[in-house]
Design a protein around this ligand. Structure first.
Ligand code: ZN
Length: 497
């Protein structure tokens, strides 16, 4: 058998195993009775180690090395397959099994302690474990290797090729512009924005499900190759080329379900529209977390919080949830969903503040990894930066340095992908608007297939064929640039209705 065919066989087997793993995890979040959780954790761990053994097999390493010697004989798709599999192989072989086991033990120890510390509002409880996580993350960076900054090794785990030297100027632009913009928007928002959910009759789960399914259909989510279920935290997962599922959560008094549907729908549209030729290969997924997030944010925020989108779809919301929205004018609704309100919590942040939350985490992660300061000083620095960038006073560690799960999870390097997503979304949207100068009409008329087709043509269909940087360069003609996002916010009319 030719080496490339051998690689295809292995790729297919790994992809199928990962889909089965995803199914076990989806079931764990959506269906599993509480009593089954211990057994399921065992099953997931067994399957994960089978996958690990296969991706680190020396035979796979040899095939990859041999194929890399004669790249001129291979197609672009095969070269991309080798690139993606070699990344996985390297990531997994560079970390010794003992280290991986120790790290995952540490994380499972840290998670309940973090929950407890957050509940009791005591950073000190979590500190000893956080110190170990930071020291092991530094070791991890050394094992993975880097050229300039240890943080680069961790960033690359989530966003192929991303470095501190690339991120620094992007975040500097954001820092200089966003705090200022935030102050300006706040002073423009002179009259208080009425909370349209206050006093609203509770929304039933059934009505919310109906609306979210309808809006998913409208953006082009294919229910024949996917489904929407309920979970504690909304997510999107892929169980195969023709099975991309989303989840949502439905509270009686929160509009979050609308934006979660659009957010997860954006992730799922990306994956549902990858070319069939990549099915059952590692190319059959979004190329990186950042690019993936650009697609969810584009549908959730840029499209889903625009006046024109709601000109078309607000009547539908009013029709399906009449008791809640019949008497709320469209303008009030649009102003409410675009309210700028700097606060303590990242996941509740508006579009202007959001990336300042990420910036703070980036500065702290980078500093603590390079040893510029100790883990013990994180809460104080956190509070200082929140005052400086967002002008808010942090009232407790629970609402401060303990609010996110990421550190307890050992996921240093993950946060910046959120901002990459927001920046890339605005940059890609700018390009779309050049293609479709009547984009406002497109939205008002609900011709969302026009947008989806353009995204499919330029982004979705490629899956992981190109690296994130190559893809962005191909779509936009230049590397990631924060100015498109800043301009988008500065000119967004919905903020000053
Ligand atoms: Zn997302």
């Amino acid at each position: 058998m030719k080496k490339i065919d051998e690689l295809h066989l292995k790729a297919r087997e790994l992809t199928d195993l990962n889909s089965i793993l995803a199914l076990l995890q989806w079931d764990q979040e959506v269906m599993l009775p509480h009593g089954g959780s211990e057994g399921r954790a065992g099953q997931i761990s067994v399957l994960s180690s089978i996958v690990h053994r296969k991706i680190t097999a020396p035979a796979l390493g040899e095939i990859l090395a041999e194929l890399s010697e004669k790249p001129e004989e291979l197609s672009a798709a095969d070269l991309a397959l080798i690139r993606v599999m070699k990344r996985e192989y390297d990531k997994n072989t560079k970390l010794p099994e003992k280290f991986v086991a120790e790290f995952s033990r540490l994380v499972s120890q840290a998670l309940p302690v973090w929950v407890e510390a957050r509940k009791k509002n005591g950073f000190g409880l979590f500190l000893p474990l956080l110190e170990k996580i930071i020291s092991m993350s530094r070791q991890k960076a050394d094992l993975l290797g880097y050229e300039e900054h240890p943080y680069d090794a961790l960033l690359d785990l989530y966003e192929e090729g991303l470095t501190v030297s690339e991120l620094d100027p992007l975040f500097t632009d954001l820092k200089d512009n966003l705090s200022q913009l935030l102050r300006r928007k706040l002073s423009q928002q002179q009259k208080p924005i009425p909370d349209i959910t206050a006093g609203m009759p509770p929304m039933s789960v059934r009505d919310q499900v109906r609306f979210s399914e309808k809006i998913l259909q409208e953006i082009g989510y294919d229910f024949n190759r996917g489904r929407q279920d309920i979970s504690a935290h909304p997510f999107t997962t892929s169980l195969g080329h023709n099975d991309r599922r989303v989840t949502n959560r439905f509270r009686p008094d929160s509009l979050e379900f609308i934006f979660s549907a659009l957010h997860e729908g954006g992730h799922a549209l990306y994956e549902q529209n990858i070319a069939g030729e990549y099915a059952e290969t590692p190319l059959d997924e979004g190329v990186s977390l950042g690019i993936h997030e650009s697609q969810s944010r584009l549908w959730e925020n840029i499209i889903g919080r625009s006046y024109q989108f709601w000109e078309k779809y607000y009547p539908l919301l009013q029709e399906l949830l009449p008791d809640q929205f019949r008497d709320v004018p469209l303008d009030d609704f649009v102003v409410y969903i675009n309210k700028v309100h700097p606060g303590l919590i990242r996941v509740e942040a508006d579009e202007v503040s959001y990336n300042l939350h990420v910036l703070i985490r980036f500065e702290l992660e980078k500093g603590v990894l390079e040893g510029a300061f100790a883990a013990a000083s994180l809460p104080a620095l956190w509070n200082e930066k929140y005052k400086e960038y967002l002008d808010v006073d942090v009232d407790s560690d629970a609402n401060g340095a303990l609010q996110d799960i990421h550190w307890a999870h050992g996921s240093f390097g993950y946060f910046p992908t959120y901002t990459i997503g927001n920046l890339a979304a605005a940059q890609i949207w700018h390009k779309y608007c050049l293609f479709d100068p009547d984009y406002r009409q497109t939205l008002v008329q609900g011709k969302l297939d026009r947008i989806r087709n353009w995204l499919t043509e330029n982004i979705y269909r490629y899956g992981a064929l190109y690296t994130p940087a190559e893809l962005l360069e191909k779509v936009c003609g230049e590397p990631l640039n924060s100015m498109f996002f800043i301009e988008y916010l500065k000119n967004k009319p919905e903020f000053s209705l």
